[in-house]
Write a protein that binds this ligand. Structure first.
Ligand code: G3H
Ligand code: 13P
Ligand code: ZN
Length: 311
C-alpha cells in the first residue's frame, strides 16, 4: 500500500458515520505508537505534521518515518500538513510528498481566505493532493500563536457554501466550541459544543466532509499522573469523548488529536523517572512513552472515532 489522499477515507467515513483520527507526529516513537495502534485496530489513519514539527524533526525525516510506517502496517495512511499558513509552505509539502494539506486562512478576511485557499487548491489538485480549508476561528495555542477566547469565533453557516464552491476545497474545518491545547474550558465551566451549527452546515453541504480541530479530551487520569510525579499542570478540561463520538456520527470525518497524546507521553515519562530514578538509557523510558501513545490512540479509535476495522 502507498500513501493515500483523504478522498476515499472521507467518503467511506461519511457514509459509515465514523471519523478518521488525525494525529500529530514529531518523532519516531510517536509515529510508531500511533501506527502500531492503528494496525492492531485495522484503522485508516491521517498522520499530520505542523510547521513546528517540520522545523523540529525535518521534512525528510518525518516523510521517511511515515513511509516506514506504511511498509510496516500496510494501512491506508495520509500524510497531511496541519495548519499550513502560506501558499509557499503548502507547496513545499506537496512537492515533498504530502498527500493532503490544510491551508488555514481563518485569520484572514473571508475574501482573503478564499483567495489564498483557492490558490492552494489549484496547485494541490493539479498534483492529486487533497486540501482542507478553515472557516471560523478556534481559541487556544497553535504554532506559538495564542488566540484568546474573545478573538475566537464560531463558523457562520451562511458562509460555508460560498466558501466551498469558490475555493474547491475537499474538506472544511469549522469552529463549534473546540479549541487547541489542554485548557479548553475554565474550571467549573460545562463543556459545550454548538451541534446546531454542525447540523446546519451538514444540511447546507450534504455529503461534504467536516473537520474538527482541538478535539482532545484531556483525560483526568493523565493530568493526575503528571501532577503526582512532579508536574504542575493547572486544572485542564477538554472535550467530552461522547460529544466527539456524536460529531463523528454526523458530518465530521476527521478529528484532530494532539494534546491527549502529549499528555499521555508526559505523564508516563514523569512516572517512569519517578519510579526509576537511575534509568538513563533512552530506550528504557522511550519504550513506555511509545506504549502510552499506542494505548491512547487505540482508545481514541475504538471509543471516539469508530474507525476500527475500516482500513
Ligand atoms: O494545532 C496544533 C497542533 O497541536 C500542533 O502543535 O504547532 O505545537 O506542533 P504544534
Ligand atoms: P488538541 O490540542 O485538542 O489535541 O488539537 C489538536 C489539533 O487541532 C491539531 O491541529
Ligand atoms: Zn488544529
Amino acid at each position: 500500500m502507498a500513501l493515500v489522499t483523504t478522498k476515499k477515507m472521507f467518503e467511506d467515513a461519511y457514509k459509515g458515520k465514523y471519523a478518521i483520527g488525525a494525529f500529530n507526529v514529531n518523532n519516531m516513537e510517536i509515529v510508531q505508537g500511533i501506527t502500531e495502534a492503528a494496525k492492531e485496530q485495522n484503522a485508516p489513519l491521517i498522520l499530520q505534521v505542523s510547521s513546528g514539527a517540520r522545523k523540529y524533526a525535518n521534512h525528510t525525516y518525518l516523510m521517511k518515518l511515515i513511509e516506514a510506517a506504511v511498509i510496516e502496517t500496510d494501512l491506508p495512511i495520509a500524510v497531511h500538513l496541519d495548519h499550513g499558513n502560506s501558499f509557499e509552505l503548502c507547496k513545499s509539502c506537496i512537492d515533498g510528498g504530502f498527500t493532503s494539506v490544510m491551508i488555514d486562512g481563518s485569520h484572514h478576511t473571508f475574501e482573503e481566505n478564499i483567495a489564498l485557499t483557492k490558490q492552494v487548491v489549484e496547485y494541490a489538485h493539479a498534483k492529486g493532493v487533497t486540501v482542507e480549508g478553515e472557516l471560523g476561528r478556534l481559541a487556544g495555542v497553535e504554532d506559538d500563536v495564542n488566540v484568546s477566547a474573545e478573538d475566537a469565533s464560531y463558523t457562520r453557516p451562511e458562509e460555508v457554501q460560498e466558501f466551498v464552491e469558490r475555493t474547491g476545497v475537499d474538506s472544511l474545518a469549522i469552529a463549534i466550541g473546540t479549541s487547541h491545547g489542554a485548557f479548553k474550558f475554565k474550571p467549573g465551566q460545562t463543556p459545550k459544543l454548538r451541534f446546531d451549527i454542525l447540523e446546519e452546515i451538514e444540511r447546507l453541504l450534504p455529503g461534504f466532509p467536516i473537520v474538527l480541530h482541538g478535539a482532545s479530551s484531556v483525560i483526568p487520569e493523565y493530568v493526575k499522573m503528571v501532577n503526582e510525579n512532579g508536574g504542575q499542570m493547572p486544572d485542564a478540561i477538554g472535550i467530552p469523548e461522547d460529544m466527539l463520538r456524536k460529531a463523528a456520527s454526523m458530518a465530521v470525518c476527521k478529528i484532530n488529536i494532539d494534546s491527549d497524546l502529549r499528555l499521555a507521553m508526559t505523564g508516563v515519562l514523569r512516572k517512569h523517572f519517578a519510579d526509576n530514578p537511575s534509568h538513563f538509557d533512552p530506550r528504557q523510558y522511550l519504550a513506555p512513552a511509545r506504549d502510552a501513545i499506542k494505548e491512547m490512540v487505540a482508545h481514541k479509535i475504538t471509543t471516539v472515532l469508530g474507525c476500527n476495522g475500516k482500513a
